[in-house]
Each structure stands twice: as C-alpha cells, then as structure tokens.
Design a protein around this ligand. Structure first.
Ligand SMILES: [Zn+2]
Length: 377
C-alpha cells in the first residue's frame, strides 16, 4: 500500500507526464526537499524512475516518470466468450494475453481467473511479483466502491459482490467496473482524454455504452447508472428493448440493432462496412437503416452535449467507420439538435478499437486505484 502523499505524486505525474522535481514540488505545494523524499521512496519501490535530463537556464534538471515495469495489472472482460485477460504495465501497454471460458456463475468466474492468472503472468518475467491489482469490466451497473455488480441484464445478476469473490480465490486486490466507465478511465489515464476534465465516452458495439468524466472525476450518479444513453427513449412506442422499455437508443442505433434491421429487410450484409457499401451503391433499404440509426445516435449525443457541455465526445467502435453515411448523418443530427451556441463547439472524435479495449479498460481500473488510491472519485 502506498501513502497518500505517494499517491498524490503519482497522480500528478500520471496527469502531467514526465516532470522535474521543481515542477512537481510546485504543483503539489511541497518544499523540494519534501517532494524529493517522496520521490526517493517511490524510486526505491521501482514505481518511479529518472528519465532524461533537461538543460536550460541554471542547473540541469532530471525528469521523473512512472517506471512502466514498476507495477503490472490484470484486466478481464466479461463481455465476450471466451473472456479475454490482459496484463498491462504502468503505462497501460498490454504485455500479455490469455482467454478463459465465460460463465455467468460468479464462483466459476473466480475459479477460472485463479486458474488462468498464472499462465498470463508467466508470459512476462517479474510480473507476478509486481502484480498490483486486478480489474474486471462487465455490462451493467456497479457500485461506487467498484466491488459489487448492482445489476447486469447480460449476466442476469443483481447485487453480486464479484470483487470480493474473486479476491478470495486469487488473493489479489480486485475492482470491477461497468464496461464504458472502464474505457473512460483508460482514456483519462493513458489515452486521448489525459488533459481533458470534462468528456464523455460513447462505446459503439452490439450495445451502446456511455460514461462521463465531470470536473476530472468519473461521474456515476446515485445508482452507478448515470448517463446511460443506450436506454434513453429515442422512438416513443418503438421496438421492445431488452431492458423492458420500448424505443430505446439501443433498439435503433446499436450495431446489433443495425444488423437485425438489415436482416429483416432481406439484406445479406454481415458488417456495418458492407451495409455502408450497399448504401453508397444506392440501396434504399441500407440508406434508410443507416439514416435512422445515425439520426438516433446523433440525437442522443446532442442531448448529452446539451446536458453536460463536455469538452470532447469520444466514440469508440470495434467495427465499421464513422466517415460513411451513418457517421455523417450522426454528426448532422448532433449539430441540428443542439442549441446554436453549442453547434460545432464539441469535438467528436471516433476511435477504432480492437477487442482488447474492454480488458485493457478493466486493467486501467486497477491501475487507477494503484496510482491514485482507493475511492478515487
Ligand atoms: Zn432499453
């Protein structure tokens, strides 16, 4: 366990990148001697290291940065079968991978993790001594302690204390998190959102996930389900949704909904790319489906911008492109449905991600707790 001042120093470096002792002391409000003492302890723990020397006016200064191999984290995604496990370093790089069969039984999941973890750790020398936490990403609501799954439709769970069950079997500090929130934390810690205090992540996959950082902190609301745009009603009295309501965004604009609509129209497209190609060739059904989905997603994002005024929206997608009809209609719907003063003010970035995105996000939850401390938000 690190002390709170050690966490504070790691937090500053993880937010601002490699920095000199003088800069770090100033941003922490400490004397340089006090800061150097904390840094010395972290260097001897192998978590910090001295990197390049900057020659400017006065004495040259040496920059301090996180040591990538100072700690390792395991991340597991319960979103697919087989479930991927990754090992990440302190910079968020994936250094090893494994998979395990997915189960809905929490004890069986813990059992499989305990069984697979040694194989994952064997891939990287020294990783097992420095394994500093385990993160699990799942579809559903998670409590603010990142310990218990409040509700997951996909897994059929209600109030499942998964982190404790896994900790008991593996002996590892374990945190669980909602899939989109895990990706948002990963982006804040290691990705494009590092310097942004207010942003939202929209994950576009078979379902649509959403998570928000507000004032530099992950915002989860009272029950862990803040800002879940997937179940906003977008078409009143529309198609039934798996959540029990009708006309949710998920029933119109998720990858699954788009593919189902294509199938219902007799199209043979297997992917969003193929549907885009059909639309570009003038297929009226393909155009209609992509138009409807893009409009719905754009409308939901416009509401999101209107509510939160984020500095960036990051759309992560495992399939498809956002430069075809779907993405174009989506962007037009955003602009058409926000107040004129917001129009064009919110950068919407899209990022194609690989299948490791959820497991990497899960590992970043453990990394965030290690770097920034418990109850980080
Ligand atoms: Zn729904």
């Amino acid at each position: 366990m690190l002390t709170s001042s050690q966490h504070q120093l790691l937090r500053v470096i993880s937010q601002s990148g490699p920095s000199s002792r003088t800069v770090l002391a100033a941003s922490m409000g400490l004397s340089k001697a006090a800061m150097s003492g904390i840094a010395r302890d972290l260097i001897s723990l192998g978590v910090l290291r001295e990197t390049e020397t900057i020659y400017g006016q006065g004495r040259p200064s040496i920059l301090l940065d996180l040591h990538p191999e100072g700690a390792f984290f395991a991340g597991i995604s319960l979103l697919e079968d087989p479930a991927p496990l990754v090992l990440s370093d302190l910079n968020g790089n994936i250094v090893a991978r494994q998979t395990m069969p997915l189960s809905r039984d929490p004890d069986a999941i813990a059992e499989m993790i305990a069984h697979t973890l040694p194989k994952l750790l064997a891939a990287r020398k020294g990783a097992s001594q420095k394994l500093s936490g385990l993160g699990i990403a799942l579809s559903g609501f998670v409590d603010e302690k990142q310990a218990s799954c409040v509700k997951s439709t996909l897994l059929g769970w209600q109030d499942v204390p998964l982190a404790g069950i896994v900790r008991q079997k593996t002996g590892m500090t374990t945190f669980i998190e909602n899939d989109a929130k895990a990706v948002a934390v990963s982006e804040k810690l290691f990705g494009d959102a590092r310097d942004i205090q207010n942003f939202s992540v929209v994950s576009f996959d078979d379902g649509i996930g959403c998570a928000h950082f507000i004032g530099g902190k992950l915002y989860r609301g009272n029950h862990g389900g803040a800002g879940e745009i997937a179940h906003c009603t977008i078409e009143p009295n529309g198609s039934p949704c798996r959540c029990g309501k009708r006309g949710c965004l998920d029933t119109v604009a998720s990858l699954k909904a788009i593919k189902e609509a294509a199938k219902a129209e007799g199209l043979t497209c297997q992917s969003l790319d193929e549907l885009e190609t059909e639309a570009s060739l003038g297929n009226a059904s393909a155009i209609r489906i992509l138009h409807r989905a893009g409009s719905a997603l754009g409308l939901a994002i416009a509401h999101l911008i209107q509510f939160n005024d984020p500095g960036m929206i990051l759309i992560t997608h495992v399939e498809g492109r956002f430069d075809g009809l779907f993405g174009t209609v989506m962007r037009q719907a955003v602009e058409a449905n926000v107040l004129p003063r917001y129009a064009g003010q919110t950068p919407i970035r899209t990022q194609r991600v690989d299948g490791d995105v959820w497991a990497r996000g899960a590992a970043s939850i453990a990394a965030h707790n290690f770097l920034i401390g418990p109850n980080p938000y």
